[in-house]
Design a protein around this ligand. Sequence first.
Ligand SMILES: C[S@@+](CC[C@H](N)C(=O)[O-])C[C@H]1O[C@@H](n2cnc3c(N)ncnc32)[C@H](O)[C@@H]1O
Length: 299
Amino acid sequence: MTISLPNPASASSEEVKPTKKILCYGSPYLAEFYDIWIGLWDDTAFYSECLSQIASHTPPSEPVVVLDIGAGTGRITHALASNLPQHIANVRLLGLDMERHMLERAATLTDPAHADKISWVLGSACDLESVPAFRDEGLRADMMVFACGSICHLNVPGQAEQLFRGIASVLRPKTGKAYISVLKGGSSDNGVPDQMMTKPPPAEFRSRDFKDIIYRDTTTVLEVVDDIWHNTRHIVVSRVLEDGSERVVEDNIAEVKAKIWTEGELRRIAKAAGLRVVDIVDRHNDCRDELIFVFEVDV
Ligand SMILES: C[S@@+](CC[C@H](N)C(=O)[O-])C[C@H]1O[C@@H](n2cnc3c(N)ncnc32)[C@H](O)[C@@H]1O
């Protein structure tokens, strides 16, 4: 499904919304706020290079198919589209996410020159077989990306198993590769990066896209219980009025329960699904370090 552009009225409504519990991507404002927050994750050149290598193995008669799982506002997909190597003549970029507002922003940010190559697909990482390009057109993915540690969102038992079974069934055997990023643990032994265990001071950001909008972000909960990192943030969206006073537009309680994945767990679940680890890339980004597990179908 290629989704339509958002109705701007939904983002600029002056109606004050009651306090809402959300994941943290659940409104047009929060989709923009995500982009402000993610800013410094510099992984896109890495994935473009991977695509360049993988594409040389795709049969010339078929499109090179890339699935960006948890595509969000399209950071990775847009970068891949902008940096396509010349030898890739025919490419299909599929950006999959379960949050409509993230995909609507992704669609809004799409360069018109790339629009014919990209589909934004509303759906679940746990049901990859239902992506129309795979289910209805019979395509296979040459490359899959689940970037910047987002597999942590699969925190319910059984979800990762569904993800890996889906990868195994839609990834092109022999040449297809799936890149799954996991955040690299910090100095404590709880598997969580040090920055993520330090409560940041309350922060304020001006919107770049919505006139007179300010975001205020206060972390209220930051703890690890068993293998789940709990992070609750109070994200208030306010509009600055002409007289300088402010009106709250959204009052969000963003609760993230992020599963801390270990290498052993990932290997075990992937193996059971029929995948094998062919590489683990240790990447240092400006903001966080990650390990990118590279999987192939175990033929
Ligand atoms: C940290 S953001 C990453 C966005 C983008 N890939 C990037 O690198 O900037 C995580 C994204 O994963 C999506 N997500 C989380 N769980 C998902 C699931 N089960 N199925 C599909 N998308 C999911 C969220 O909606 C969110 O947009």
